[in-house]
Write a protein that binds this ligand. Structure first.
Ligand SMILES: [Zn+2]
Length: 137
């Protein structure tokens, strides 16, 4: 093993291996609880999930209802969509929202906020400082 390899080895061991894992554990999104009532779908734990995502409810609602291709409204902590949908489908859309609007693409942590600057939207990461241009919801 030459000096360069040793140096590399030392650098690697100094990075806490569970740094990313810890962050992932802190960011636990509950499973979507959805109930179909007549011709509507009631997303009962909507408030719990947007609290974890740390995003405005109307943004998440707009994204999910847009993907479902239906209208959505909020009543208290419940999101209501016209049409019958499954919890699995909405779970999948929440995952997509997180990927596009919550997780930092540079360090994969969820410690981000969305900022609007001169008409453009950026995902600002407080963990690594990355600024990523995103499309508005
Ligand atoms: Zn980051």
């Amino acid at each position: 093993m030459d000096d360069y390899d040793k140096l590399l080895e030392r650098a690697r061991t100094q990075v806490p291996e569970d740094a990313f894992k810890r962050s992932g554990e802190r960011f636990k999104v509950p499973d979507v609880q959805l109930m179909v009532q007549g011709n509507r779908s009631l997303w009962q734990n909507f408030q719990d999930i947007i609290n974890v995502l740390n995003r405005p409810g109307r943004e998440v609602l707009k994204f999910v209802s847009g993907q479902l291709g239906t209208a959505g409204t909020m009543e208290g902590g419940t999101a209501i969509f016209n049409g019958k949908f499954t919890a699995e489908l909405v779970d999948d859309l929440v995952a997509r929202y997180i990927e596009s609007y919550v997780t930092c693409p540079v360090c994969t942590r969820p410690d981000t906020e969305i900022k609007k600057e001169s008409g453009a939207y950026y995902l600002i990461c407080s963990a690594c400082g990355a600024r990523t241009a995103i499309r508005p919801v």
